[in-house]
Structures are given as structure tokens and as C-alpha cells.
Design a protein around this ligand. Structure first.
Ligand SMILES: [Zn+2]
Length: 140
């Protein structure tokens, strides 16, 4: 029996997204068909010189060991690895930074493995005292 899977999903370690990410994986047919890398800041690690080698290594292992064909990079708003939403001047500045980092991370992966498909997703979060709403936006 071969041990191959379709995708590698890289997302942030943030516990608030656990259930939503499981739902995302089910919706996209990724459950039990994706290697999972949970790391603070997610895609940011692919463009940060201090962590790039570690992040790339995870993709390399997934590709070699499980013949993975698709990398799904998921970032989220209010990410602690970026200091949270409060560290950005406006929501627009935060949004542009997160989507910019995702796109830059995709270039890093594509430069090394042009044959891999790379998809980008941004998780939005709205939290109040008694409610939490999370939804996912695909970034082109
Ligand atoms: Zn985070």
C-alpha cells in the first residue's frame, strides 16, 4: 500500500481556528488526505529567513514521502505571530500585509517546486463575548 496524499496544509497553531479548520478540510475533501503543518504565523515562516528552512523542509518531506501535489497556505487575521490586529493601523493595512505575505510565500514554494500547485486562503475571525465567527476567503 502506498502512502500518498493530495495536499499539504500549512496553518497557524492558533487554537481558536481548530474546529473551523477541520470544517474547511472536510469541505475541501482534505480530511485524511493532507499532511498538516501547524506553526505560529503559518506562511510567514516561508519568507522569514530564520524559519524558512524548517518550513520548506516540511513541504519537501510531504512531497518525497507522500507524493503530495498541492500546498495550501492558510493565514488568518488577528494572528499573534504578527502581534494581532491591534498592531496594524487599520484593517486594510492588516489585510494587505497578510495577503501580501501569502503571495510572497507562494513565490518561495513555486521557485523551488514549480510543479506544485499552491493555493492561498485567509481566515477571517470576528469575536465577541458570546460569539465567534470564522470564515475563509481564497486569495488569488
Ligand atoms: Zn496565528
Amino acid at each position: 500500500m502506498s502512502h500518498s496524499c493530495k495536499s499539504l496544509l500549512m496553518h497557524c497553531m492558533d487554537f481558536r481556528f481548530g474546529k473551523a479548520i477541520k470544517g474547511f478540510m472536510e469541505e475541501h475533501g482534505m480530511m485524511d488526505d493532507a499532511d498538516i503543518v501547524a506553526i505560529a504565523g503559518s506562511a510567514r515562516n516561508l519568507i522569514n529567513p530564520e524559519t524558512q528552512a524548517i518550513a520548506l523542509r516540511q513541504i519537501e518531506i510531504s512531497k518525497t514521502l507522500h507524493e503530495m501535489k498541492e500546498v495550501v497556505l492558510m493565514a488568518h487575521l488577528d494572528c499573534g505571530a504578527y502581534g494581532g490586529s491591534k498592531s496594524f493601523e487599520t484593517a486594510e493595512v492588516e489585510y494587505n500585509k497578510m495577503t501580501g505575505d501569502l503571495k510572497e510565500a507562494r513565490e518561495v514554494v513555486k521557485a523551488k517546486w514549480p510543479e506544485l500547485s499552491v493555493k492561498l486562503w485567509l481566515a477571517h475571525i470576528e469575536e465577541s463575548d458570546h460569539e465567534k465567527k470564522i470564515w475563509f476567503e481564497e486569495i488569488a
